[in-house]
Design a protein around this ligand. Structure first.
Ligand code: ADP
Ligand code: MG
Length: 439
């Protein structure tokens, strides 16, 4: 069926469109309701969904004689779903860790990590650890905002160690995966296996450790894993979106341990670094960006390297569709990137829900006229987060909460700023809500 529909499309659509976007779709499954496809990257999926979905649907419906929904999975997502990793050369079939499959992306290395003022400390520490595991800093704790290169550095450490110490068992996993696997193993009474899997590691790379904050049994388990590995002089590297002291409800014993070694932060890149990253990314995509376009992107996207890369990838996609590289095109690409993010209305809903849950209130309480101290405080906090996390105006924010005026909103924000100077719990809560928005 797909062959026939594909044939039809090749005859009727532009050759570039078919070749660039549609030919990469691999049909997986077809039934009366839906057609499932696999494509290599999330980016390809995005383009197909945003531009060709209806067309493909129509052609398929013509061929089939009835309409079906189209679903697309990506290899990228599948890879991400399988987290754990161990060096294949080091495989000792008997050891439990050996069944962790290789999932470290080999493309992320120190060679293609661009060093600037904002990340040079974290970079140097990572190199030191990779050169001499457990001899330099243990643990190494890297923290910084989303999209600033923490995972890249962890992968680079893994790849470098694999090269230098092929026998080492390198385990990479995310805090969330550790948590989920633990819960699963408790349910299946396989905690011992779970434990052994990680305690056999020579190098443990734990990404996004902040996820274990507030989860007691996970922290307990990680505490023991940490102690075992550390006592055996195995290297541990942790990343987080914030420093240990700001991870909410982190057990003090763990916090202390995280601070034993070296703590390195990554800040948003400066202009030079941003430009270097854009140029590098363009080069790998075979793209020659004029200087004004590079400057334009570097000037617009300042806080997230993932977005910088995304903009270059978008431009490359447009070029494949025959567009010329201009500042206007870059502006469109950036708009695409930013609009790919969750719509503001959804963000606002999430913020109101999260804050309400935190204060044990109903979201509607916040939107209502109620003025009890607790509702009023929660509402102010929600206003503050919406102001920080979206580009809504004060008036817009007032509208979210039953048409309050902008002076009220401004007052609320000032109030919260005042609280934040004294109230660490509130600060943590707000950081958590903000972080979950970017996730
Ligand atoms: P984080 O884990 O901190 O959210 P990532 O490591 O996933 O961020 O980085 C996001 C993207 O930006 C990745 O594609 C990564 O390769 C790229 N990146 C981040 N920092 C750099 C850098 N210094 N040089 C080159 N690419 C970088
Ligand atoms: Mg990451």
């Amino acid at each position: 069926v797909w062959q026939r529909a594909y044939q039809q499309m090749s005859e009727n659509l532009s050759a570039v469109a078919v070749k660039t976007w549609i030919s990469c779709m691999q049909p997986l499954e077809l039934n009366m309701q839906r057609a499932l496809f696999l494509v290599p990257s999330n980016f390809q999926k995005e383009i197909i969904v945003s531009r060709y979905l209806d067309t493909i649907k129509n052609y398929l419906a013509d061929t089939l004689g009835f309409p079906v929904e189209i679903e697309i999975e990506t290899e990228e997502d599948r890879l991400e779903a399988e987290e754990a990793f161990s060096a294949p050369e080091a495989a000792q079939p008997a050891a439990p860790a050996a069944n962790l499959t290789a999932q470290i992306d080999r493309e992320y290395t120190f060679d293609n990590f661009i060093v600037g003022n904002a990340n040079k400390f974290a970079h140097a520490a990572s190199v030191a650890v990779a050169n001499a595991p457990a001899a330099a800093y243990n643990p190494l704790f890297i923290y910084g905002g989303s999209g600033l290169g923490k995972t890249h550095l962890l992968y680079a450490i893994a790849n470098e160690i694999k090269k230098k110490y092929p026998a080492f068992k390198v385990v990479y996993l995310r805090g969330e995966v550790f948590t989920n696997e633990l819960i699963e193993s408790i349910r299946n009474s396989t905690v011992v296996e779970f434990r052994n899997k990680y305690r056999f590691a020579d190098v443990l790379l734990m990404d996004d450790i902040q996820f274990i904050g507030g989860k007691e049994s996970t922290q307990e388990e990680f505490f023991h894993t940490f102690n075992t590995l550390h006592a055996e002089k195995k290297q541990i590297v942790l990343t987080s979106d914030r420093p240990p002291k700001e991870i909410q409800t982190l057990d003090d014993r763990l916090r202390t341990r995280f601070e034993w070694g070296l703590i390195a932060d990554i800040q948003p890149p400066d202009l030079e670094t941003r430009s270097a990253i854009i140029i590098r990314k363009a080069k790998t995509l075979g793209l020659d960006l004029p200087a004004d376009v590079t400057d334009y992107i570097a000037g617009k996207l300042k806080n997230n390297i993932r977005q910088l890369e995304g903009a270059v990838k978008k431009i490359s996609a447009y070029v494949a569709l025959g567009e010329r590289i201009t500042v206007d095109l870059a502006a469109t690409a950036i708009r695409d990137i930013l609009s790919d993010q969750v719509p503001v209305s959804v963000l606002v809903e999430r913020i109101v829900e999260d804050v309400a849950r935190y204060y044990n209130l109903e979201p509607d309480d916040l939107r209502s006229k109620k003025r009890t101290a607790e509702v009023a405080l929660a509402r102010q906090v929600a206003m503050y987060i919406i102001r920080e996390g979206t580009d809504l105006s004060l008036t817009d924010i007032g509208d979210v909460f039953g048409g309050r005026n902008h002076a009220t909103v401004l007052y609320a924000i000032r109030e919260v700023e005042g609280h934040l100077e004294r109230d660490v719990r509130m600060k943590n809560m707000i950081t958590d809500v903000m972080a979950s928005l970017n996730a």
